[in-house]
Design a protein around this ligand. Structure first.
Ligand code: ZN
Ligand code: ZN
Length: 131
């Protein structure tokens, strides 16, 4: 399932490296301003790299934050992601819960639509914000 790192281009590696080093989801403009000193100066270069990284599963998009995170390598579903997001500090954790993933993959709505993918984002307050 996982793409081998050596199949990534130099630009994709630079973008991935930056996202992996961030401990919170990062927005595209923040990626752009941080990788520009490494030669990626044009926004389309960054967007293309992001697109590819998402496609190969190295990076996920957090829709509600319009931000990107590195995959924690525990994806259980090829077309499904589950994240828990702290409403106070934006700390985002990729949830690996096999039961939940299986439930969602088997889930049908009222019209009998069976789903082939999901992006689930759960909101709450993380441990350090609670105290
Ligand atoms: Zn993942
Ligand atoms: Zn928090």
């Amino acid at each position: 399932m996982k793409n081998k790192k050596n199949e990534l281009t130099k630009n994709q590696k630079i973008v991935l490296d930056f996202i992996q080093k961030s401990n919170k989801p990062v927005k595209a403009y923040s990626i752009l301003s941080n990788v520009s000193k490494k030669g990626l100066k044009a926004p389309p270069q960054v967007y293309r790299a992001l697109e590819k990284l998402i496609e190969v599963g190295e990076v996920h998009k957090i829709e509600s934050l319009n931000s990107f995170v590195a995959c924690n390598s525990k994806c259980i579903e090829p077309n499904g992601t589950i994240f828990s997001i702290c409403k106070s500090c934006d700390q985002t954790t990729e949830v690996s819960n096999a039961d939940l993933a299986k439930f969602l993959s088997d889930f049908k709505d009222m019209n009998g639509t069976q789903f082939s993918g999901f992006n689930l984002e759960l909101f709450g307050t993380c441990k350090s914000c609670k105290t």
